[in-house]
Design a protein around this ligand. Structure first.
Ligand code: PLP
Length: 462
């Protein structure tokens, strides 16, 4: 299995190198050169299997000879051993034909743990083998950072730097990033919003001298390893509702298009998915793109679902690559336009493909509060604001086919919004109960590439 860039000119890589590299050298994102498929029987066999067994079957065809079967099984076991639910990704029923996929039972209470815990294991195995040392720099709207720090803290051959927008993450998110005591963890509070953090990160990757000098590795949602790990729970949940004999639909709260793209891969692999619904908050660039056929950047308006407060949706490039029948040159042109003019128009053929593949909707702040409140009354489920965006949008797409909405974070990660909606204060689980008593360690940084690079070089020499 080889990996190719969505912009068509970066060298082809193995799974291992694509995973360690993150962003391709032509600015594109790595994708497998062919998407493997599972047969009806392969999927039928997953009925009754553990999450880990399903994970092995789904991901094995993508990893080539990076790991042996036994190694890969062990890495999967280790990745999910720290989860607080035996099922890893349990399904809850909300209504006769509407289900909630709880993806928040990992160590940092958001779905990011599913991918980050696994790539933490895979990075460590690969680095131990090669003896290399790497510098991970990540940009986060909150949850990626805490999940990355949790997965990489204390590892010998890794320094991890996380850029988050100062003042724009929840207190629980910030404390999860600033309280780990390990010296290889560096939390950086940057001036600006998440898109500024993401832009600074991209600039670091495009500065090859810096990139090679510090052995830069990326773990943002553009990392193929992360997308791959997220494909698994589409299979596990669909199978528990009767796939492959019965179709299911999914609604996915998304901003950076990572999670929903994993659903698209599951469908391409042969999972019978009917609708794939994109749910956005008031920062609705993805919904507008599908409606109008043009992607037009506007300002970000901070919302109660901050992990989706985004106008530059990185993984959308992967969908665009498929929509343009894998023509990297066209994708590169459109991405240049976006960078230069803040917008681009998708061709008729490509937008038709995207509209056939994805539905979309948006939830306002008021609708999101209302859903948190009514869902608690109707089903007893306390939703985080992101999950509530999903449940709101799913409401417009319910039908004969069972709908699974992804619950992307635990309500206790966003207590202020949940309390405002319901009057109930969601408690942190016991393993995090003392989070507000721990000491914080954070560096304020300007939105300035030189300053960031200097700081990183200084820190990794110590
Ligand atoms: C990251 C995140 C999202 C959005 O994920 P995408 O990568 O944009 O699909 C949604 N909800 C929560 C809680 C998140 O942490």
């Amino acid at each position: 299995m080889k990996y190719v860039s969505t912009r068509g000119t970066a060298p082809e890589l193995t799974f291992e190198d694509a995973m360690m590299t993150g962003l391709a050298r032509d600015g594109g994102l790595y994708v497998p050169d062919v998407i493997p498929t599972l047969s009806h029987d392969d999927i039928a066999e997953m009925a009754g299997q553990s999450y880990e067994e399903i994970a092995f079957t789904v991901m094995r065809p993508f990893i080539g000879d990076t790991f042996t079967d036994d190694e890969f099984r062990d890495l999967i076991e280790a990745a999910y051993a720290g989860f607080n639910h035996a099922a890893r990704a349990p399904l809850k029923q909300l209504d006769s034909n509407h289900f909630l996929l709880e993806l928040f039972h990992g160590p940092t209470l958001a779905f990011k743990d599913f991918a980050m815990q696994l790539i933490g294991q895979m990075f460590q195995a690969s680095l131990t083998r090669s003896g290399k040392r790497i510098t991970i720099v990540g940009a986060t709207s909150g949850d990626t950072g805490s999940a990355a720090i949790e997965a990489f803290r204390g590892l010998d051959n890794v320094d991890v730097f996380i850029l988050f927008p100062h003042g724009r993450v929840s207190e629980v998110q910030r404390r999860q990033m600033t309280t780990p005591v390990e010296s290889n963890v560096h939390a950086l509070a940057m001036d600006g919003d998440f898109d500024d953090c993401q832009a600074a990160l991209k600039d670091m990757f495009n500065d090859f001298e810096f990139r090679d000098g510090v052995n830069l590795a990326g773990v943002n949602s553009i990392n193929w390893g992360r997308v791959l790990a997220q494909v698994v729970y589409y299979f596990s949940s669909a199978v528990s509702l009767g796939a492959p004999h019965r179709k299911v639909s999914f609604t996915v709260p998304t901003g950076n298009f990572g999670d929903i793209f994993a659903g698209y891969i599951a469908k391409r692999m042969g999972l019978p998915i009917d609708q794939l619904v994109i749910a956005t908050n008031q920062n609705d660039i993805l919904h507008r793109t599908l409606e109008t056929g043009a992607q037009v950047k506007e300002g970000v308006t901070p919302s109660i679902s901050p992990s989706m407060d985004i106008q530059v949706s990185s993984n959308f490039e992967r969908a665009l690559f498929e929509a343009y029948e894998r023509d990297g040159a066209v994708v590169a042109e459109q991405m240049d336009e976006l960078k230069d003019k803040g917008e681009f128009t998708i061709s008729q053929g490509a937008i038709d493909m995207l509209r056939d593949t994805f539905a979309s909707g948006r939830a306002s702040e008021d609708e999101t509060y209302a859903t948190i409140k009514t869902e608690l009354m109707l089903s007893g489920e306390l939703l985080c604001p992101h999950s509530a965006v999903g449940v709101t949008v799913a409401g417009d797409h319910l039908g004969e086919t069972p709908m699974i909405t992804l619950a992307t974070a635990h309500p206790a990660k966003f207590p202020a919004a949940v309390e405002k909606a319901t009057g109930q204060h969601p408690d942190l689980p016991p393993h995090m109960a003392d989070l507000f008593e721990r000491d914080e360690r954070v560096t304020r940084v300007p939105s300035d590439l030189d300053a960031l690079q200097t700081l990183i070089k200084e820190r990794i020499q110590n």
